[in-house]
Ligand binder design. Structure first.
Ligand code: ADP
Length: 428
């Protein structure tokens, strides 16, 4: 049906009645107070309705050469009909192109019988110093038409809506800049840490190899073995570092595979303890286990996680006894029964301020680490590997009293995959 178009004509400022003044004040307050844009727009829409009757409101914003609806509500008549997001789009396009408010009347089929088909639609532009960013569309089904003072009121309200959108864009821009800054710092730290971590074992390897190769000096067999042992240990450290870097990048890209098999967890933990005691003669490490326990998981990866946590306890809580516990849990944090493994030390602990970040890639607690070598990859890898099994890892720590890492693993990590949310991992 034919649409009637006309531009509103204004006859100077409108005098606001007391209710309108109160509503405008409340709108101002809502836009200033409410940090969530959606909630702020909901509050504004409901306040506006007290002084400007409308059934539909849609906010369009200019994005990549087109306008997109970013907020839409059906408040009055037509509430029961499904929300049409594209509603008012043609008018919004006109308003954005021309940069002025427009008012149209649409008469759809059967408009005489169905009030919803007689639509008065008002569009007002969202203006900013760099142009028109979008439009707000108000619709009234079945009339009455918008009066000139209502149009002016609507324009004032649209200015408030615009302030909200500008603030949201600023917040997003600041967040993007902050993310960029953090990424740059992370990359700089990464290069510094990795170069430092690579340099120190390489320095030992080079130094002791050159010494052994000197033709002008003879070394007795014991000294030669001592030097070769250092070279062997430092090579292992290099290998560990490179493995960590590769694991971390595979985990980031989703390329790391979990090879599931039946694991006798109690035996696996006992073997880890025996190996650790073999390597660190003076270490007091104790295992408390519930007895035989079978789960489906990747034994290599579970070993890697537990050894990493024990090695951290050795590094950061040197001298303190380490307690390793394993117990079955019927209703833990997972959606199936599982098993809980904890690694506890009585070292310096991690203060709350840093605890939330220690699982982040490359994160190291600043004060602790001047003396202790590391890359900040270990706990990131632990968390990713445990999550890939459908499990969880958390930490509890009291500064000065020690740290407990708590791992919850499901009895069968493969079950999570059938839910379709763990596509990264495969069975053996
Ligand atoms: P790295 O040991 O290579 O620095 P991790 O990711 O394993 O990296 O650990 C991250 C940080 O968490 C460490 O730098 C350390 O500050 C802290 N941390 C880890 N384990 C412990 C622990 N048992 N006690 C105190 N601090 C710890």
């Amino acid at each position: 049906m034919a649409d009637e178009f006309h531009f509103p004509k204004f006859n100077g400022p409108v005098a606001l009645n007391t209710q309108e003044q109160e509503v405008l004040f409340a709108i101002n307050q809502a836009t200033a107070e409410e940090p969530d844009i959606e909630k702020a727009l909901d509050r504004v829409s409901h306040l506006v309705r007290k002084v400007l009757v409308f059934d539909n409101i849609v906010v369009y914003v200019h994005q990549d050469n087109s306008i997109e609806p970013v907020y839409a509500r059906i408040i009055g008549r037509g509430k029961a009909s499904p929300a049409e997001l594209a509603w008012g789009e043609a008018l919004a396009n006109d308003v954005v192109t021309q940069g002025v408010s427009r008012l149209i009347q649409e008469r759809l089929e059967n408009w005489e019988d169905n009030r919803l088909n007689l639509r008065y639609i008002l569009g007002a532009p969202l203006k900013s110093p760099d142009g028109v960013n979008g439009a707000v569309i108000f619709g009234r089904f079945g009339g009455p038409d918008f009066t000139q003072s209502q149009i002016q009121l609507a324009e004032f309200i649209v200015v408030q809506v615009n302030q909200l959108l500008i603030r949201q864009r600023l917040v997003q821009r600041v967040a993007a800049l902050e993310a960029e800054r953090q990424l740059r710092t992370l990359q700089e730290n990464f290069i510094a840490t990795v170069s430092h971590e690579l340099k120190s074992p390489l320095g030992f390897i080079k130094g002791y190899t050159t010494t052994l190769l000197r033709r002008d000096t003879q070394w007795d067999e014991e000294t030669q073995r001592e030097f070769l042992t250092i070279i062997d240990e430092e090579t292992e450290r290099l290998q560990g570092l490179i493995d960590n870097l590769l694991d971390s990048s595979r985990l980031q890209s989703g390329a790391l595979k979990i090879n599931y098999e039946l694991v006798h967890l109690d035996e696996l933990l006992r073997n880890i303890v025996n190996r650790t005691v073999g390597l660190h003669k003076n270490l007091d490490i104790r295992l408390f286990s519930d007895g035989p326990c079978e789960i489906y998981g990747d034994p290599t990866r579970i070993t890697q996680v537990v050894e990493n946590l024990i090695s951290n306890a050795l590094k950061y809580a040197g001298g303190s006894p380490v307690f390793l516990t394993m117990k079955k849990i019927a209703d833990g944090p997972l959606d199936q029964s599982g098993v809980e493994v904890t690694v506890q030390d009585h070292g310096p602990g991690i203060s709350e301020e840093f605890a939330a970040r220690v699982f982040d890639r490359f994160y190291r607690v600043p004060s602790l680490n001047n003396r202790i070598q590391g890359t900040g990859l270990g706990l990131f890898i632990c968390r990713e590997l445990i999550q890939a099994h459908g499990g969880q890892i958390t930490l509890e720590s009291l500064p000065g009293q020690g740290t407990t890492f708590r791992i919850a693993l499901p009895v069968d990590g493969r079950r999570k995959r059938s839910d379709g949310d763990d596509s990264k991992n495969t069975d053996s």
